[in-house]
Each structure stands twice: as C-alpha cells, then as structure tokens.
Design a protein. Structure first.
Length: 210
C-alpha cells in the first residue's frame, strides 16, 4: 500500500506567480521520482471548474461576500473529494494554486465577511482538511497587478477590485503566515522565478523530506 502523499498549496495576491511556482515545484518532484499532480482553485475537478467561471469572470460586485464564499466552498468540497483526497491516498503529491487561505483572506478579510464565519462554513464543507505546507508568495500589490494585467485574460474579476482591497489581501496573507508558522512560510515573490523556485524547493525539502 502506497504511503500517503503530501499536499502543498501556493497562496498570495494577484500576479504573485502562484501558477508558475506550482508548476515548477511539481516538475521538480517528478524529476526526483515523486508522482505529483498540479491543480488549482477555484477548480481542480470537473464540477469545480464549472463553478470557477462564475467566480473569476464578470463584475467585481457580481456576488455578495456570502454567496461568493458558498460558491468557493461548493467548488472546494468537490475538489477535495474527487481530486485531492484520491491522489493523496494513492501516494501522489498534490500541488494546488490556492486553497483555503484564499477564502479566509479574500472573502473573510478583504470582502468583510469575517474569518470566523468563513471558518464555520469551511468546517461544514471539508472538516479540518488542510495542506501539509503552504507557501505564501509575498509581493507589492501594485507589482502583482501590473504582472496580472499583462496576461490579458478574461478571468480578471478580482483584479478589478480597488487598491485598498489588494492591500488588505497582502496583509491578510502575512497575518495567516505569522499565526500558522508551522504550516506556512513566506517567500519574497519580487525576484526571478528561478530564485523563488529555489526557496520553495528548500522549504519542501526541509519540512516534508521528499
């Protein structure tokens, strides 16, 4: 029977490089003989990908904070049940571009729903399921939004919230990192992708021993 795999999430504001770093880490694990799957939120399972379009496209105020949170949690429950848990049980490492911390920060803090409200709803959706390691990519929101704007994609709903919203996001992620230091680590995302990937790999090596 295969040993249970490890679950790693990347978090941070818009344009911090989460997708890039998640892919680089998955590639590094595979190169060392570790089976790894790459996934994302919202999304990561067929049902969750359908919900993703509702959340990341359209006008910023398309949803109330509560409705938005419930949509995220519906997607997450499906993602965990259909993708993440089966992969971990099969001994695969799972690397996710965003997970629970984004909901605490985006909806609980930046949109004002409240962290405790999010915590109660999340507990109902997925219990105490959590990553083994969360790497928080820290970047000045102005630089991140400039990067994100270069992508020219339609999935820009959250990018179009105001500057204060994005400052609250950054502060929220840093607060989580400091309050949950055993699970989380902060990496300076203002540097080259290679330098960031090097730090991410050192964290994974030190904490999870792949």
């Amino acid at each position: 029977m295969a040993a249970r795999g490890k679950f790693i999430s990347f978090e941070g504001g818009e344009g911090a490089g989460k997708s890039t770093q998640a892919k680089l880490l998955a590639d590094s694990l595979r190169a060392r003989g570790r089976p790894a799957i790459l996934t994302r939120e919202p999304g990561g399972s067929p049902g969750a990908e359908h919900i993703r379009k509702l959340l990341v496209e359209g006008e910023p105020e398309r949803w109330t904070p509560l409705t938005e949170t419930l949509l995220f949690l519906a997607a997450r429950a499906d993602h965990v049940t259909r993708t993440i848990e089966p992969a971990l049980a099969a001994g695969e490492w799972v690397i996710s571009d965003r997970f629970t911390d984004s909901t605490y920060v985006y909806q609980g803090i930046a949109r004002g729903l409240g962290v405790e409200t999010v915590r109660r709803l999340q507990s109902a959706a997925i219990g105490d399921f959590a990553p083994d390691l969360t790497i928080i990519l820290d970047l000045d929101p102005r630089a991140g939004l400039a990067r994100a704007g270069e992508r020219g994609q339609t999935e820009d709903r959250f990018e179009r919230f105001d500057a204060e919203f994005h400052q609250r996001l950054r502060q929220g992620f840093l607060e989580i990192a400091h309050s949950e230091a055993r699970r989380c680590a902060i990496v300076d995302a203002s540097r080259s992708a290679e330098a960031i990937a090097g730090d991410a790999w050192r964290l994974v090596s030190e904490r999870l021993h792949p």
